[in-house]
Structures are given as structure tokens and as C-alpha cells.
Unconditional design. Structure first.
Length: 401
């Protein structure tokens, strides 16, 4: 992929040629995340979106502590989805004032931890409200809340829809006024609204439409709010290209659309900070999964490169994390990246299941045992979203370079 240079036939990650990096890591398989690419991606977004729009990193995309530490210094806030993620964000030095905590099924101790930490809770159920009120009372600290709204529309063309119709996420638009009244009556510290319509979208016009509708809905609901809206998270859903033929998301129309929203908000919700939250868009293209070829087999004419890595570390790349039809992630033989001698080969892992497939009949440099296979677009939903215990192979190592 174009974001990684090739030097003397080797892929270069974070300034390191891949063979030496593998030696430095000391084992395969490993994930490598490129600091420079992460910084460049944040800068690119800052350049394309209005300066008033705050960027939050949804750390479920990649919770590696060193990476979260780097991101905490680059973005305006961190979105967490569990007390475990909250700990990583706080350890990383993220400002609690700029951390928000979303997710269904927050357990009581998690809600208490959030109040004690001073972070914003995106309320997803009426059940959370009395727990937060009790924590506020007992701890003598404000329970900072935003209401996550399950809107009555969805993000069109998204890989994963997380709003519209019946959902476990957020409060249905219809019950939001009741929640707002409760928050006002019990004196919770109301800050605003959170809307998240979907994920992995490559169509700017769909994202603009969802952001527009989200803004309008929040603006309507603000009429029932107990205090002015100070926080308005319009979601994200920015996708990255994984498969051949996919077009990169065009940020220009999104920037223009958000500029219009910022302008309206300045009049209608003058205290509101507009936030967008992104996971994979920040980190997905900045990461590689690297595995070593341990066997080269030919079965009835088809070449199999059997590696020490597979779906137990890279479930998404294997096609088993939400894909409807399996397609290949971009893959190369990283220590022969410039090679002209190529063949059709499948890259598989060591697991005893045909699902353990990293590349299905791809055109790749001719590889031998000991070579390094790299899977691109692997910086998001990697190890933390994979069944590492499945079949008892060694755990993967992650490095930030
Ligand atoms: C998963 C999630 C995200 C991140 O999604 P990406 O596709 O990685 O950008 C953001 N916000 C919420 C509420 C989420 O659940």
C-alpha cells in the first residue's frame, strides 16, 4: 500500500525495514503501528475539517496503551466503552474532562468509576440514571451525562449500522424527553447529546446526511434539555478502503457540511462543542500484521503459504469479523515487496479450520519458508477483536514504531 515505502525490496514501517524490525521484535507474528502515519492522519483531518470541530479517538478500534498515549496527545478527547478502556485512557494521560464513556450494559461499578474519574457518561438506558444519581450523591461529585440517542434514521451504506429502528444502543428519540426531565429533576450534570449512526462508510454524502440529521435531531431535543447543550457528538463512521475498487472517502464535502453545522450551532446552540468520534479512520491504515511463512505447500496445483499467524490474531483480515462476503485485505510478501516474480498463492494460518485464511488466491511475490507476509489496513480491530486463545498458539506482540 502506498503509505509504506519500499527500500531495497523491503517494506518500511516507521522508518524500519521489515526484516530488521522483525528481528527487533524478536518473534512473529506481530503488529506494527506507524507513529508518523498516525500523526499524518490527524493532521490531514485537522486540515480538512473546521477548526471548531473536536476530534475524539474511539479507542476500541485499537486500545494498545502506547498508541492510546500517542493519540491522547494528538486528538481532543478519547471515547471509551468500558471501565477497562477507561483505565487505559487515564493511564495514558488523557484529560478526564475530555473522555466520554459510551456502551450498552454499563455495570454499576463502571458507572461509579466514571463519576469518580470525572468523565462524561453517554447514557444509553434509563437504568443508568438512578445509578449515576446515587454515585453523584455518595461521591459528592457531579455525574456528567450526555444522552445517547438512538435516532429514527440510519447511516446509509454503512458496514455496520448502529442506529435507526430497534437497537440496544442509546435511548430511542421518543423517550429522550423523559430522560432529560429525570436528569433535570435529580440534578445530574447534563452536558449534551451523542449520536452514532454507523461505521465503515466510504460515501461522503451519506455521512453528511447523517450528520445533518443528527444535528437537527439534537437541536430539536435541546428544547427539552434542563440546561444548555455544551457537548454534541455527531458520531463518525468514516471508512477506510479495504478491498479492490473501493474509493477513499472524500473529506472535502464532509468538511464543508460540518462548517455549515458549526455555523448553525453558533446561533442555535451557542455553548455546544461539536465532536466527531473516529476509530478505524485514525488507526486502520497505520498498522500492519506481519507473520512468517512456516511452510509452502502445493495442493492439486494451488500454492499455500502456511504462516504462523492467522485469524486468532487477525479475525477481521481473515474475513470473519462482520463481512458478509469474504474478500482479501491487501497483502504482500514484505521482504520481497518489489519482486517481479509473482504467482497466485493463498496465505493461511496454523489453525485447524478453513476459516483461517489471510489471502485467498492472490497475486503475490513468490515466497519461501522464512519470508514475511504483511497484511495492510490492520491497525484497527486487530488483536483486541480476535480470539487469541483459540487453538493455544502464542499471543501476538504489538509495537508502535
Ligand atoms: C465502534 C464505535 C466507534 C468507532 O467506529 P469506527 O468504525 O472504528 O470509526 C465510534 N463510536 C462508537 C459509539 C462506537 O461504538
Amino acid at each position: 500500500m502506498e503509505q509504506y515505502p519500499v527500500l531495497e525490496g523491503q517494506l518500511v514501517v516507521g522508518g524500519h525495514k521489515i526484516v530488521r524490525l522483525a528481528a527487533r521484535v524478536g518473534q512473529t507474528p506481530f503488529y506494527a503501528y506507524d507513529r508518523g502515519l498516525l500523526q499524518a492522519r490527524v493532521a490531514q483531518l485537522r486540515g480538512a475539517l473546521p477548526p471548531a470541530v473536536k476530534l475524539h479517538y474511539a479507542m476500541k478500534a485499537n486500545p494498545m496503551p502506547a498508541l492510546v498515549g500517542l493519540m491522547a496527545g494528538l486528538v481532543d478527547g478519547i471515547d471509551v466503552a468500558s471501565a477497562g478502556e477507561l483505565k487505559v485512557a487515564l493511564d495514558a494521560g488523557a484529560d478526564p474532562a475530555e473522555i466520554s464513556f459510551a456502551g450498552p450494559g454499563k455495570r454499576d461499578p463502571e458507572l461509579w468509576q466514571a463519576v469518580a474519574a470525572g468523565v462524561l457518561v453517554n447514557v444509553e438506558s434509563m437504568r443508568e440514571l438512578p445509578v449515576l444519581a446515587a454515585a453523584q450523591q455518595a461521591l459528592g461529585l457531579p455525574a456528567r451525562v450526555a444522552v445517547r440517542v438512538n435516532p429514527d434514521f440510519e447511516l446509509k451504506g454503512s458496514g455496520m449500522k448502529m442506529g435507526g429502528g430497534p437497537k440496544q444502543f442509546g435511548l430511542d428519540t421518543e423517550v429522550v424527553p423523559e430522560a432529560l426531565a429525570w436528569i433535570g429533576r435529580e440534578g445530574l450534570a447534563f452536558e449534551g447529546f451523542h449520536l452514532f449512526a454507523g461505521s465503515q462508510n466510504l460515501r461522503a454524502e451519506s455521512i453528511c446526511e447523517a450528520q445533518q440529521k443528527s444535528y437537527e435531531l439534537a437541536s430539536r431535543l435541546a428544547a427539552s434539555a434542563p440546561s444548555p447543550v455544551r457537548f454534541l457528538n455527531l458520531g463518525g463512521g468514516f471508512g477506510i478502503p479495504y478491498f479492490p475498487g473501493e474509493q477513499r472517502l472524500d473529506l472535502a464535502p464532509i468538511g464543508a457540511n460540518l462548517a455549515g453545522i458549526v455555523e448553525r450551532a453558533a446561533k442555535e446552540l451557542p455553548e455546544a462543542g461539536i465532536v466527531i468520534e473516529l476509530g478505524r479512520y485514525f488507526v486502520g491504515e497505520a498498522g500492519l500484521y506481519v507473520a512468517r511463512v512456516v511452510d509452502r505447500k502445493v495442493s492439486r496445483g494451488q500454492v499455500y503459504l502456511v504462516t504462523d499467524g492467522g485469524l486468532h490474531h487477525a479475525l477481521a483480515a481473515s474475513g470473519n469479523f462482520g463481512q458478509v462476503v469474504r474478500k482479501n485485505y491487501p497483502v504482500t510478501v514484505a521482504n520481497r515487496a518489489g519482486a517481479t516474480e509473482r504467482e497466485v498463492a493463498s496465505v493461511v494460518g496454523p489453525l485447524c479450520t478453513p476459516l483461517d485464511l489471510l489471502a485467498d488466491r492472490m497475486h503475490l511475490p513468490v515466497a519461501q519458508v522464512g519470508d514475511l507476509v504483511a497484511v495492510f489496513q490492520s491497525g484497527a480491530y486487530g488483536p483486541s477483536a480476535s480470539p487469541q486463545g483459540f487453538l493455544g498458539h502464542p499471543a501476538v506482540v504489538e509495537v508502535l514504531v
